[in-house]
Design a protein around this ligand. Structure first.
Ligand SMILES: C[S@@+](CC[C@H](N)C(=O)[O-])C[C@H]1O[C@@H](n2cnc3c(N)ncnc32)[C@H](O)[C@@H]1O
Length: 201
């Protein structure tokens, strides 16, 4: 028996059309990404684990502490404080991707009940409940949040910053070099509190 000839219909999309299609999809993707990724004041660079431990040592973090990490990234400082030292803590980051990671990491570490992670702008944060604040930001960002820390934090609250100081107006009580990094430590004194209370914002 004679086999039937196969009819093959080929739809040829002109190359130019395909190029335009991918280009348009690319633009739409980039626009969508720009809409979902907020403009960050500090890029994401995680603190190495040994530095996290040293920051917590410097602040003598214990089970009665409430630790706030401003720009918390994947939550490692808050989670380590909760898991290893029994503290409670709050992590705030402008990037929702980081906050999702932090929440997943808290779950894996089994400290979900001790910690809270929220998407937010560190410049608008309420840190008044903190007994310890940790920072790994940038020099100009530290200087910008200094009045806010003085105003909101209670006398005796400890502040530890990875790599960046707070400017000449607030010299650290302790400064420590560790593996090419510098850690800075302050406590809120009545003098800072008074200065913070006299600022407008
Ligand atoms: C250098 S990373 C430090 C991450 C974490 N604290 C650590 O030490 O591993 C700085 C973080 O700040 C966040 N960030 C940048 N601008 C911010 C803002 N305005 N408000 C809150 N978080 C911000 C970034 O998304 C990033 O995760």
């Amino acid at each position: 028996m004679e086999s039937q000839p196969r009819i093959r219909i080929r739809i040829r999309l002109p190359g130019l059309f395909l190029f335009a299609l991918f280009w348009a999809l690319g633009i739409a993707g980039a626009q969508a990404q720009a809409q979902t990724t907020p403009k960050l004041d500090v890029p994401y660079v995680p603190t190495p684990k040994n530095i996290v431990n040293r920051m917590l040592d410097l602040a003598k973090v214990g089970k009665n502490d409430v630790l706030y990490d401003l720009g918390c990234g994947d939550g490692r400082i808050v989670i380590t404080a909760a898991k290893d030292r029994g503290a409670t803590g709050v992590g705030i980051d402008l990037n929702p991707v980081r906050i999702e990671e932090a929440k997943a990491n808290a779950k894996t570490a089994g400290v979900e009940s001790q910690v809270e992670f929220m998407v937010g702008d560190l410049f608008k944060a309420d840190v008044s409940k903190a007994t310890v604040v940790t920072l790994y930001l940038l020099p100009e960002v530290n200087r910008k949040i200094r009045p806010m820390l003085w105003k909101q934090l209670k006398v005796g609250t400890r502040v530890v910053s990875h790599d960046f100081d707070m400017g000449a107006e607030w010299p650290p009580e302790r400064e420590e070099r560790i593996g090419g990094k510098t850690l800075y430590y302050w406590t809120i004194t009545p003098a800072q509190k008074a200065a913070g209370n006299s600022t407008k914002s």
